[in-house]
Design a protein around this ligand. Structure first.
Ligand code: GAP
Length: 516
């Protein structure tokens, strides 16, 4: 299936099965804002629990906080967001559509890279075992020409970003004949900077109101609480502060469903370290975060690191963890070595010493910071993309059927088990209800007695429920039920009394955390 088709189906599936709805849909929705439905909210909570426990439970030296969204406006002056949290914008004069200039160029580079990959794949298929990819890449004229083109754009692009050279960004677009996807023309405006923060007012105008911002990242709520947490928690370096919360950005190019939203949620952890040790910690957190992603079992080949060309104003090293979405490798998480920039800025703007007294060195200093920052919604999309699967099934009469299944890791699945009486009589519903009543304290259970058993299985497959328990007439005789496994569709008979242990072993987040 073409990747665009797959993505379209995924979005439709999320809506049809209660995962994600467009915000205020009855009023035609609000661009780049989404609501999570009954299953989406559960999945989101499970993702957050996986992250929170991996930070706060597994590390004695990491604690969690929950800071307010509204912050004193000087916070954003100090952090640099008022002056530098901008995206380079360009408009197409014919379609009147607005784009991020850097995204247009990145997409152009991705297309060249795709051409190279296609050429290599074609040759691989033709030559089979004997294929020497390295030699092919070094000698094939078409690959070489495209590689040279890619390298040239890449070098110019990196330099333009580093120099914040907006005229050069436009020139790259012109020179590479990049067209507007809507109008197909190259009739571009100049590139301009656009600040991404939303603002509002706090207090009534009669009392004198103050312009404040909706936080564009949760990190600043951690920095301004550095002293509070360090002192009240008697934290010793190195230590971390973790937080999950909403962030807001007035994104210009809000596309690809929940990949880029205007209201989203972040899971961020700031790890405070001795100056001079930050690059070792940066490497440590890179590895640890990659392990966290890969523990979900979606295949190591679908993840990669991407080191930043342009470092943000606060960083001395930065990298992304990218996942292979249906629309290509894209960032899911950022790991940044933020130096002592933020604490020093807050020290300067607030006049409060943002320092740590190091008893071993017998001196005070401003710690350096490693940040891990991941979007809950983007992680949600990554998981749903990886889990969505359409399978061809052979029926007994020789015909085929398609099954849509969400192969969610059991610990993340919104519903852990569905309990189904085979028929709505003969005392079977009562047994099913009792099983739900007994297990609901441990797992998210669903009672399901509508439609044929086959349709019920399919419905649960589409939601991603890992276990279906069926109660039939044999249950009355020997207290056994059928447990049906979502991924293999295999079924086995087990005693009702064994259900809790069997399911607990598979869905308990402990087994996932133990992999870290
Ligand atoms: N505190 C650092 C920071 O905010 P970032 O790279 O701008 O860094 C971190 O964002 C993560 O937040 C991204 O890797 C992504 O997962 C998520 N994120 C950022 N902007 C987003 C948006 N508009 N919609 C959804 N997720 C977003």
């Amino acid at each position: 299936m073409a990747q665009e088709d797959l993505f379209r189906k995924l979005v439709a599936h999320c809506k049809e099965y209660g995962y994600v709805f467009p915000s205020s849909e009855i009023y035609d929705g609000l661009s780049a804002v989404y609501d999570y439905g009954q299953y989406g909210a559960e999945l989101k909570n499970n993702i957050k629990k996986y992250w929170w426990d991996s930070m706060v439970l597994l590390h004695e030296n990491i604690v969690g906080i929950d800071a307010a969204i509204f912050m004193h406006p000087t916070t954003w002056k100090a952090s640099g967001h008022v002056d530098a949290f901008n995206d380079p914008l360009i408009d197409n004069k014919d379609s009147k559509k607005r784009y991020r200039a850097d995204v247009l160029i990145e997409e152009h580079m991705a297309k060249i890279e795709e051409k190279i990959t296609k050429e290599v794949d074609k040759a691989k298929e033709k030559f089979g075992e004997a294929f020497d990819e390295k030699k092919f890449r070094e000698t094939n004229p078409r690959v070489l020409a495209n590689q040279a083109k890619l390298d040239e754009v890449h070098t110019r692009f990196a330099k333009a970003l580093n120099d914040s050279n907006l005229a050069e960004l436009k020139q790259i677009i012109i020179d590479n004949e990049i067209v507007c996807p809507i109008s197909g023309t190259r009739n571009w405006t100049d590139v301009r900077q656009f600040n991404l923060m939303f603002s509002t007012e706090i207090g009534s105008t009669a009392d004198g109101s103050m312009k404040i911002f909706l936080r564009p990242e949760t990190a600043q709520g951690i920095f301004v609480n550095f002293l509070n947490v360090q002192k009240t928690g008697r934290m010793k370096l190195p230590f971390g502060i973790a937080q999950i919360g909403k962030a807001f950005r007035n994104e210009i190019v809000a596309r690809q469903f929940i990949f880029r939203m205007r209201e989203f949620e972040q899971m961020e952890m700031q790890f405070f370290v001795q100056p001079g040790t930050e690059l070792d910690w940066f490497r440590h957190w890179k590895e640890l975060r990659m392990k966290w992603h890969q523990a979900l079992g979606f295949g190591a080949e679908n993840y990669r690191f991407h080191d930043h060309e342009k470092l943000a104003h606060y960083a001395n090293a930065a990298c992304d963890i990218e996942y292979k979405f249906p629309f290509g490798f894209k960032e899911v998480e950022g790991i940044h070595s933020r130096t002592d920039f933020d604490l020093k800025q807050h020290q300067q703007y607030s006049g409060k010493k943002m320092q740590y007294f190091d008893p071993e060195r017998n001196e005070s200093y401003v710690p350096f910071v490693i940040e891990t920052s991941i979007g809950v919604d983007r992680m949600f999309l990554q998981i749903i993309s990886a889990a969505y699967c359409e399978e061809e099934l052979k029926k007994e009469d020789g015909t085929t059927d398609t099954r849509v299944v969400l192969r969610l890791p059991s610990y993340l699945a919104p519903v852990k088990l569905a309990v189904m009486p085979l028929v709505k009589k003969d005392g079977l519903p009562e047994i099913a209800e009792k099983i739900v009543h007994d297990l609901k304290f441990d797992f998210n259970c669903q009672y399901d007695d509508k439609d044929s058993i086959g349709r019920r299985y399919r419905r649960q497959d589409a939601i991603g429920t890992p276990y279906c328990i069926t109660i039939d007439h044999q249950t009355i005789e020997d207290q056994t039920v059928t447990i049906r496994y979502r991924d293999t569709m295999a079924q086995e008979r087990v005693k009702i009394g064994q259900l809790k242990d069997i399911i607990a072993e598979k869905v308990n987040i402990r087994s996932l955390l133990k992999k870290l």
